[in-house]
Design a protein around this ligand. Structure first.
Ligand code: CUA
Length: 155
């Protein structure tokens, strides 16, 4: 089969770029120990329900107007299913998965992170508007993905 010379040049450049990119990714992952963004703590995904604080998911007050919310994502729900946040509070969400990759998103707040088994995702938000916020899974995780949601009540 005849391959045109210019085509061969471009194929070589394309392949060379793939090799270079793969080398960058591998170096970053292995040498620099990169982990998924916002995922700072690791956890054994098979022992989520026995690992504090995820053995008792929920909202905890850490100071006036400061809260931490611990969430476990599993097909096809979030625990806790509902939290009550006083208006004006800053909430730091800590989320992990007991099974597969999930999403954790509260539209119109900037809270949006992937939830990867083995890692704890962390994201903060200050709730300055009262209302019922819908918390949704925005990573396709299986047949019941569209049912996977929870509520954040701000008042
Ligand atoms: Cu969990 Cu989609």
């Amino acid at each position: 089969m005849h391959i045109h010379r210019q085509e061969r040049i471009w194929m070589t450049i394309g392949l060379a770029m793939l090799v270079v990119f793969a080398a960058f990714i591998t170096t970053a992952a292995v040498v620099d120990g990169f982990v998924p963004p916002s995922h700072v703590q690791s956890i054994d995904p098979t022992k989520v329900s026995e690992t504090p604080p995820f053995d008792k998911p929920g909202l905890r007050k850490v100071a006036n107007g400061e809260y931490e919310a611990y969430y476990v994502a599993r097909i096809f729900s979030f625990t806790p299913a509902e939290i009550d946040v006083p208006l004006g509070s800053r909430v730091t969400f800590y989320v992990t998965s007991a099974d597969v990759e999930h999403g954790f998103s509260i539209p119109e707040t900037g809270v949006n992170t992937m939830v990867t088994p083995g890692w704890v995702s962390q994201v903060s938000h200050t709730f300055t508007k009262p209302g019922t916020y819908l918390l949704v899974c925005n990573e396709y995780c299986g047949a019941g993905h569209q049912l996977m949601s929870a509520k954040v009540e701000v008042r």
